[in-house]
Ligand binder design. Sequence first.
Ligand SMILES: [Zn+2]
Length: 414
Amino acid sequence: MLPGSRIRCLQAPQAPHPTSNLGPGESTKSNKARCRKVISQFPFAATVSFLFLWPLIWLARRVLDGAADGEGFIVLGGKGADAVGPAQDLGRLDGGPNGHACVHLRYTALLMLAITSLDNQWMGHPRSIAAALLESEGHRAIVDPGPGSTIETLRKQLHARGLSVRDLDALLLTHIHLDHAGASGALVRENPRLAVYVHKNGAPHMADPSKLLASALRLWPNELQQLFGETLPVPAENLRILEGGETLPLGSGKLEVVYTPGHASHHVSYFDHDEGVAFVGDTTGVRIEGHAYVMPATPPPDIDLKIWENSFTAILERKPARLFLTHFGFSENPAEHVLLFRERLHQWAEIAANSMRSASDESAAMASFMAATRAEIAEHLPAEEVEHYVFSAGLHLSFLGLARYLRKRAAAAF
Ligand SMILES: [Zn+2]
């Protein structure tokens, strides 16, 4: 389902197609087709009606959500969408079984996942780290909750939507880097029923983050606490191990898990095929919503440009309508985005290789790499954005990750 389809369905009970036009015995299917045809002629009216109807629908959903929670429905990793019953609840509320075909459309629309981008305001910077809140039928998951340092912001973001950490059912981690997953243990402490989904290679480091923290401390010897806050272990019983290839139900929506290494060896992406959104973490770099520039983020320890190619293919062959990036938000043209990112990724690897060849030592090579890439960023973005990108992606880390990859590749060639 493409973005915008929800608006069309929500418009359906309104004029110009009153439900009284449905003749006796007329099938839901034929009316649904007719309804779509009529509504497509009134996109403006549909949009206006959606804006007015949404508060009422939201209120109804909140009431239904409460009912669903009371009946103990299982969400991710549970019985699956078919075993979950909220569809009947919505049906009962909206009318009888042979009643209104357009009402049926509205009810169908509410079964899809609602996606909300939450700005974690990392280190006080808007548009640095985005968490995605996914909701369906009273069930809620967050893709990449962010670091421990932004947990208070996350709490406020949920609160502003009438939710708390205890209303969440699952965390879907794209990978375990602290800027994506660091808050997981603290969130589980607050809500012990949270399921934490993570690739099998990352799971041991969520259960025991000591090695993860030790390597982070080498990269940020003085700023670790300030940048990432508290990183607590996730109890083994809360972990749900992924390999890629799974389908996870969330209420009545579902997500395909795809293994997408390259940025990290344990990276996965989540695809919501109904909404056409791919939650790709850092697989396709850094691009702030609405900007044209795409910047690589290649931190150590396991950048691999060759393996990364398979991840680009896996994303593109699923033809998502939009990407959702942790840094930051939606990108509307995945094919163009991946093409730009892939080109720049290989250019930056070349810049790193040249810097390493020509500089006298590693720190001189890093300085040379950073000067060249910073100049390139400045060609594409206004001055105030350059530092923001450098900060969000960690430009010095991108050198360290590429340098390590290039050394490993050179060593393997002998
Ligand atoms: Zn990241």
